[in-house]
Design a protein around this ligand. Sequence first.
Ligand SMILES: [Zn+2]
Length: 312
Amino acid sequence: MRFYLGTHQPAWLGRDLGVPLLVSHRRLAGRRSFPRARNPFAVDSGGFSELSLYGRWRTDERSYVAALRRYASEIGRFDWAAPMDWMTESRVLARTGLSLRTHQQRTVANYLRLRDLAPELPIIAVLQGQSVADFHRCADLYERHGIDLASLPLLGVGSICRRQHSREVEQILRSLAARGYRLHAFGAKVLGLGRYADAISSSDSAAWSYGGRFVPGCSPSHRSESNCLRFALSWHARLLTSLRAEAPEHGIDHRAGHRPPGRSSSRHRNRPRARDARPTGTHPRSVNARSVCARRPRPEGASHTTRTSATA
Ligand SMILES: [Zn+2]
């Protein structure tokens, strides 16, 4: 399993960190220049923020594709990019005023449109839903439109990162993996990850940053650790060390590596499951902080960089 470190610091792409990064389109869009990527990375569309804040996508598919092409050429080829999907958390549904099924239909329609516009880009399909049945209905919807999800290198699973019950998340992911899908669990909860790490190909989290808000800065220039590169890397390393220790058979990919997405865990699908990951280390509060999804809404311009320096 590959674990992407969620960051709102695009500059980290240009540092040789040895970990794969997940960066939101919201953080990249509008920049005049980009660093050349020295790490594998993936692009999140920032849909949760977009829909939570505005109740709709303010960009269209053509503009998104143009931005992704620019990232691919100027930053470097990304592992994959999320589509302009429609999350189904109740607060998002309340904001858009649309039904869960409409969000699913729009998610599928968007993927089909992006695929037509930019077949050369590694844009992944994403499943949205709340219950196990919802996610399977969403998968069926793709299949009815001729998308063979099991043949795709990676399939995203959204709307799971704010769940309180990792057991239900596990049920969703295991039942989808049983259909032969290679899954990316968006914003997986760190404390539940060990349960189903064998059922997914990859995941991501920016929980370190939100936990880091409550940790005193490591240097005079860091008021807290919410933007600290050293803190983030330490968090990532401890998380994966813990996962590997608990489930060495899961093939946890701790280095950057260049394995194609979705290939790492499929052969381990039937292995016994691990217990919850319980990372240990010098910053236990940061690792065990409540999981916060990388797709957390963050108004434009709101940045920790106004208070702290961007990197360690
Ligand atoms: Zn620091």
